[in-house]
Design a protein around this ligand. Structure first.
Ligand code: 8YV
Length: 312
């Protein structure tokens, strides 16, 4: 008998195939009446596969109370109520490492786009404007300063890449770390004031919610660029929009938003912002590897083996 799993959101095709081979699946995302669907499988579900977008609330855990494990498709597990899982003795896993390079690449792509106006220039060519004149100039990247908010695995991968582009790197986090070669700045506002680019790549927690305040944004200033490849709510989005409108911030390059997939209307009309639909890990290779890690954690759990990437 295969263990029964609730699949809260659709996963890549190879992941779905591997899940199907190992488990009996109940696809919540296909259910029209989710409450009735959950009631029907209440006592059979022993695991949940979910994603960064859908997560797992305490209510979902209570709807399928025999759950032993929640496997999150994504390194960020802010949408899983880990406290509720712990209280119910449910293990939680995520997908670290396999997406580090792709997210770091995308952070640099956003930085380069904001500085060199890649997306904007693309729109310019498509609109036939090149026939009427030249595109405005961008800014050089080499020799500029990059501040990184959160120097975990992905933050360090961003720093390494940034150095290859001749950027001077410093960083902010809750505490300095031994063996990190890039200078630590304990004051986030001071870091923002000092750098040209500020890249946010910390987890979303109660401590980092709106960590990027109006004050930080204004310290970055009219020549500064804010890059966010972490989670939307780490940035005070209304303050960001206001600062951009008022010319108090130069550029923003955003992969994530406070209320995804809704993007503030005001940003859509601005030429000094780059907007992506949460693409950090969005490659075939990485999404496949993330999915495999979801499957491997679930398989390990039901085989009574140690979990590969347990959180908390
Ligand atoms: C995913 C992510 O897009 O890993 C994360 O934390 O944000 C992304 O890799 C997301 O989890 C998929 O829902």
């Amino acid at each position: 008998m295969k263990p029964e799993i609730l699949v809260a959101s659709q996963m890549p095709a190879p992941t779905m195939r591997a899940l199907e081979e190992n488990f009996t699946l109940h696809k919540l995302y296909e259910a029209e009446d989710q409450a009735a669907f959950l009631a029907g499988i209440k006592d059979r579900v022993r695991g949940i596969a979910t994603s960064g977008g859908k997560g797992a609330s305490a209510a979902l855990m209570d709807a399928v109370p025999k759950t032993e494990i929640i496997a999150n498709f994504g390194v960020g597990y802010d949408a899983v109520d880990v406290g509720a899982a712990k209280a119910r003795n449910i293990a939680v896993t995520n997908t670290p490492d396999v997406l580090t390079d792709d997210v770091a690449d995308l952070a640099l792509a956003l930085l380069l786009d904001a500085a060199r106006l890649v997306s904007r220039a693309d729109r310019f060519v498509r609109a036939g404007q090149w026939l009427k004149g030249n595109h405005p100039l961008g800014h050089a990247v080499a020799g500029k300063k990059l501040g990184i908010v959160g120097l975990g695995r992905i933050g360090a991968a961003i720093a390494t890449r940034a150095e290859a582009f001749k950027l001077q790197v410093s960083w902010y986090g809750p505490r300095p770390k031994p063996d990190v070669k890039w200078p630590y700045v304990a004051d986030l506002v001071a870091l923002a004031r000092d750098v040209d680019f500020l890249c946010v790549i910390c987890p979303l927690t109660k401590d980092t919610h709106h960590l990027i305040t109006r004050e930080v944004i204004e310290a970055l200033g009219p020549e500064g660029t804010l890059i966010n490849v972490a989670r939307g709510p780490v940035v005070d989005e209304p303050a960001l929009v206001e600062a951009l409108k008022a010319g108090k911030l130069g550029h923003a390059a955003l992969d994530v938003f406070e209320d995804e997939p809704r993007v503030p209307e005001a940003l859509l009309a601005m030429d000094n912002v780059v907007l992506l639909p949460h693409q950090g890990s969005a490659t075939i290779e990485t999404r496949t590897a993330m999915g495999q890690l979801v499957v491997d954690n679930l398989v390990a759990h039901f085989a009574g083996q140690p979990l590969l990437t347990r959180v908390a």
